[in-house]
Design a protein around this ligand. Structure first.
Ligand code: A3P
Length: 320
């Protein structure tokens, strides 16, 4: 999924070869497309979903910066908006399927092969998709259909450390581990898949200020701190608030327990299962905590990342 490459068309090859290119994190290349770095393996999916995806007003699109807690929010959104179909939480699809299967990623899972376009017409509304695409690269219909965008971000220090661990799990056997310093240098220069991190976040932060009815901005830290409150806010935003009966029956807590790190990470499917493209589901579960980066970053690294964040977000009203 992250390395698999379908043969790009000549047109795509020409485009890719015209883009600034840098060495990536997992022995691949990154190309700067519309201001953001895309892995070669993702380019076909990015271009295909930009061209072919038609969002419906009822769609819900989860957008994240990689390693912000996408897997968690996928689970929460699925459990939330499909709750009428799965009243018995002991028989819920999340117990047997990884969230990435239930909320497929537009550019990584849905539009993987430009020659074979997916038929999305039979999916029951609301359709749930995810994407790491930056705001500028979203398919036009996502911006104009009135569909709902939920954007999840995370403190860049924790997102970076999470990414570094993740990448080292994905690197091909024999290519060794990537040092924290090499990864840090690339991340700070913005050279990471779907980066620069800060530009990605700002694109959606600004959109959430301009169009709060369509774009909901939330941080991993807020979800961790007040999960029930945030889940109720999400339900309101998505037009499916919890009824007094549901509140009485403890549905909010039920969803949170179902989607908790402890529950999901201990399921057989997530301990030993794989995504259709071969990736281990367990790679998406590590610690799920706030502030773990302090166990890895030196004081200088923390200072440097904090100062980049301050400078980049200056005047936006957004803080981490
Ligand atoms: P850590 O590496 O800091 O533990 P993504 O899903 O965007 O790839 O993000 C992965 C991060 O989210 C990892 O962070 C992972 O452990 C954490 N995570 C996964 N499932 C979670 C859950 N149910 N609750 C909280 N955090 C979770």
């Amino acid at each position: 999924r992250y390395l698999q490459e379908n043969e790009p068309s000549q047109e795509d090859k020409d485009l890719i070869s015209s883009l600034p290119t840098e060495k990536g994190w997992i022995g691949n290349s990154l190309h700067k497309y519309q201001g953001f770095w895309q892995a070669t393996a993702h380019m076909q999916g990015v271009l295909a979903c930009q061209k072919h995806f038609r969002a419906l007003e009822s769609d819900i699109i989860l957008v994240t910066t990689p390693k912000s807690g996408t897997t968690w929010l996928m689970a929460i959104l699925f459990a939330l908006v499909k709750r009428a179909h799965y009243l018995d939480l002991r028989r819920h699809p999340l117990l047997t399927e990884n969230p990435h299967v239930l909320v497929p990623c537009l550019e990584l899972d849905v539009y993987t092969d430009k020659q074979v376009l997916p038929d999305l017409s039979s999916l029951a509304p609301p359709r749930l998709f995810s994407t790491h695409l930056p705001y500028v690269s979203l398919p036009d219909s996502v911006k104009h259909s009135g569909c709902k965008v939920v954007y999840l971000s995370r403190d860049p220090k924790d997102a970076f450390v999470s990414l570094w661990h993740f990448v080292n799990k994905l690197r091909p056997v024999g290519s060794g581990t990537m040092s924290l310093h090499e990864a840090f240098d690339k991340f700070c220069r913005g050279v990471s898949s779907f980066g620069p991190f800060w530009d990605h976040v700002l694109g959606f932060w600004n959109e959430s200020l301009k169009r709060p009815e369509s774009a909901f901005f939330i941080k991993f830290e807020e979800m961790k701190q007040e999960p029930a409150l945030q889940l109720r806010r999400l339900a309101e935003f998505l037009g499916c608030p919890f009824s007094p009966e549901e509140e009485t029956h403890g549905i909010v807590d039920g969803i949170l327990r179902l989607c908790s790190f402890d529950n999901l990470s201990n399921l057989v499917v997530n301990k030993s299962g794989k995504l259709p493209a071969g990736m281990e589901n367990s790679a998406f579960f590590r610690k799920g905590e706030v502030g773990d980066s302090t166990n890895y970053l030196t004081t200088e690294m923390v200072k440097k990342l904090d100062s980049i964040t301050q400078e980049k977000l200056y005047g936006s009203g957004l803080k981490f």
